[in-house]
Design a protein around this ligand. Structure first.
Ligand SMILES: [Zn+2]
Length: 188
């Protein structure tokens, strides 16, 4: 990527500039500079912020005087869309119930499954898509939330097995995984 711009001597200056604590460079410029001048430790943090915050495409107009790369802007917007889709999917489609061997018969299993869907959507799902980032269920908070989940109607053994499976899985790592895949597309 860095060869695209062809500015050979800006790297040191960019690193100096970006590392000053009072530098108020918008994240979009910061991300561009980190790719342009090949500063790996800046790429991921700025990309993570850009794809998880609600900055407006309209703000890019004010940045039109800057050397922005359409490929990077496009990648950010597409990645944010994918994360949004994954978030809605996680909120509305729970991981499957793992039934305990003692949970027998179609009726009991059906009861477990429908109770699990309600519990997930009303408790976990609404936190996953919470409009306020402060209350949004992020990956690092997910283990506690799952462990303390109360699910009336799901038989005890099935609930424990299901929780254990969810905790072992990577359902809540979608942001990390989507970002890794996105940056890999441009060789980062
Ligand atoms: Zn069951």
């Amino acid at each position: 990527m860095s060869t695209k711009w062809g500015l050979p001597d800006g790297r040191e200056r960019a690193i100096y500039y970006l590392e000053q604590p009072d530098t108020e460079l918008p994240n979009l410029l910061k991300f561009h500079a980190s790719v342009k001048y090949n500063i790996p430790r800046w790429v991921r943090p700025t990309f993570d912020i850009l794809v998880s915050t609600d900055w407006e495409m309209g703000h890019v107009v004010a940045l039109s005087g800057h050397d922005l790369c359409p490929v990077l802007v496009d990648l950010i917007i597409k990645t944010r869309d994918i994360i949004g889709r994954e978030q809605r999917r996680l909120a509305t489609i729970p991981p499957p119930v793992e039934h305990h061997p003692e949970c027998r018969g179609g009726t009991q299993r059906e009861r477990c499954e429908s109770a699990w869907v309600s519990t997930w959507v009303l408790n976990v799902g609404r936190q996953v898509v919470h409009v306020d980032p402060l209350f949004r269920l992020e990956s690092y908070k997910s283990a506690y939330t799952i462990q303390s989940l109360v699910a009336p109607g799901v038989s005890e053994g099935c609930l424990e097995l299901t929780k254990a499976t969810v905790l072992e899985g990577d359902a809540f790592d979608y942001i990390y995984n989507v970002c890794t895949a996105a940056l890999a597309q441009i060789g980062l």
